[in-house]
Structure formats: structure tokens, C-alpha cells
Design a protein. Sequence first.
Length: 211
Amino acid sequence: MGVISNGTTLLDAGALDSGVTTGTMTLIKTLTASSSATLSFVDGASSVVLDNTYKEYVFKFINIHPATNNADLGLLASIDTGSNYGVATTSSFFESGHSENDSTTKLGYITPFDATQSTGLIKMTGSVDDDNDSSTSGTLHLFDPSSTTFVKHFTSSFNRRYDYGSGTPPQWTMNSFVGGYVNTTSAIDAIQFKMDSGNIDSGIIKMYGIK
């Protein structure tokens, strides 16, 4: 016997219907950087799914290490399966920080890293060092990218080790928080990640879908 609510099947023969949201996270694709200019997830290419199969997509960034010192990690979206990247996007950026010697903390809005209908790189982190022991790790959430009704919201949180150099306590942990939307009602079917300067020397990005 099935269970139906408001015309939607919830249970069928004792099992959840395939259309019921469960919150299950499914690994779709893993990309590993090796002196990579970009890392891109394109719907329909290399087993990537970026369509209405999932309402939310989550990207996990693990030890992203830049080839160039003081490089920022960012994203670009596409509505034509990666033929062009850079759809107008508006975002906000703030971060908190704490020095290793426990002498100083920071919390503030970072105006230069904002985006206002920008078609350029949308920054998710501040500067990441190229020291051997430095990297950035974090998470990006992209909501309902296949919608043809609404703009495409996203949020991200990253932590990085940063060296301010002489004159200030040198080593810091910095946590960056970004929120925004890609201002299009067209479906987003590709997303690209890159540094604002130089390559991604190493690191892993995992893409998940959530139903």
C-alpha cells in the first residue's frame, strides 16, 4: 500500500519514493589539482551531474595550495556548459582571524573582495601563502542551479593559514565567509575554480549532490 500526501507519493510498498527529499549526500566527482590553471565541473562531462537531479550541490576543498604567493581562490559560473564563464554575480565577504601568538584578533567586512554584478572571479578566500605548510580548506554550497525561475544562491566558508610578515604577528588562522547569488534565471550547468594569480599547485575538490 502506498502513502500519498497532496498528490505526492511518499511511501510505495513500504519504501520511500524516489522523489522524496532525504538529505542524502552523494559523491559525484573528485578533481585533484596538479599545477592546474583551473578545475571545472561541467554537466555531462567526465561523469559530472550538475542539473535538476539535485536541489543542492556541495563542494569540499581540501588543502588547496597555490603556486603563487598571496593568491586568492575564487569561482566562475557558466550557463552554456563551460563555453563561457563569468555570469554577473553579487556577493559579500567578511572574515575573522586569530594570530598564533594569541596577541591579536580580527573580525571585519572586506569591501575590496565584494562583487557587484561582477563577471570576473568571485573570491571565496583572501590571500593564501605558497609556503610548503600553507593551504586553504573549506566548503561551498550552491542551491538549485538548474532553476529557470530564481537567481542562484551560494554560501562558502574557508579557513587558511596566512603570514602577515614583519610588523604584525606573523602567522594567523583566517576564516572567510562569503554569500551571494549568480544573477541569472538560466540554469547553471558548469562551475570553475581558480586562483586570481597563478595555478592551483595541489589540492582536492569533491563535488556532492544532496536530495
